[in-house]
Design a protein around this ligand. Structure first.
Ligand SMILES: [Zn+2]
Length: 162
């Protein structure tokens, strides 16, 4: 089963997208300029606190071809979405999650400034050589996930509603 936005509620929340890039590539990412992307998995942290919430945001991410708006849109054109973790809530958790993801990967490539033009995070994009597993993210982020999906299965986790 592939992921569709219909699986995700229109609630505000914070999410981690997992993307898979099959081949290395060099992309020009807006004002960041040319960036070399290694193949493998990427975790991107964002929040969707506006109208339409998580569902509207996911719908946008799932579309590969669109006008570039966020840094992630450039990578999305080349990379496949293979996982989603989302928690509903109106608190903006993305920066805390981004910091934790970076701290969890001391030797991994962090794409400097990616997705973090408007905040003080080093980045909102972290490279993983192997697919991040749900339990890894649970541990890293200390979050109670509400919806998670890894290349096929969507499940609602036993998280609290905060
Ligand atoms: Zn941030």
């Amino acid at each position: 089963m592939s992921l569709s936005a219909g699986h995700i509620p229109s609630l505000p929340g914070t999410y981690v997208l997992s993307l898979f890039l099959k081949r290395e590539c060099r992309l020009t990412v807006g004002k960041l300029g040319a960036i070399f992307f290694k193949p493998g998995f990427y975790a991107y942290v964002g929040s969707a606190l506006g109208p339409g919430g998580l569902r509207a945001r996911l719908r946008r991410h799932l579309k590969a071809q669109k006008k570039y708006h966020w840094h992630i849109d450039y990578l999305r054109r080349r990379a496949r979405i293979v996982g989603l973790w989302a928690a509903a809530g109106t608190h903006r958790l993305e920066h805390r999650w981004a910091c934790r993801l970076i701290a969890s990967r001391p030797h991994a490539a962090v794409v400097d400034g990616f997705g973090s033009s408007d905040c003080s995070c080093k980045s909102h994009l972290v490279h993983f050589e192997l697919a991040p597993e749900l339990r890894d993210l649970d541990r890293i982020l200390g979050a109670q996930w509400h919806w998670s999906w890894v290349d096929g299965d969507l499940s609602r986790s036993a998280g609290n509603d905060g």
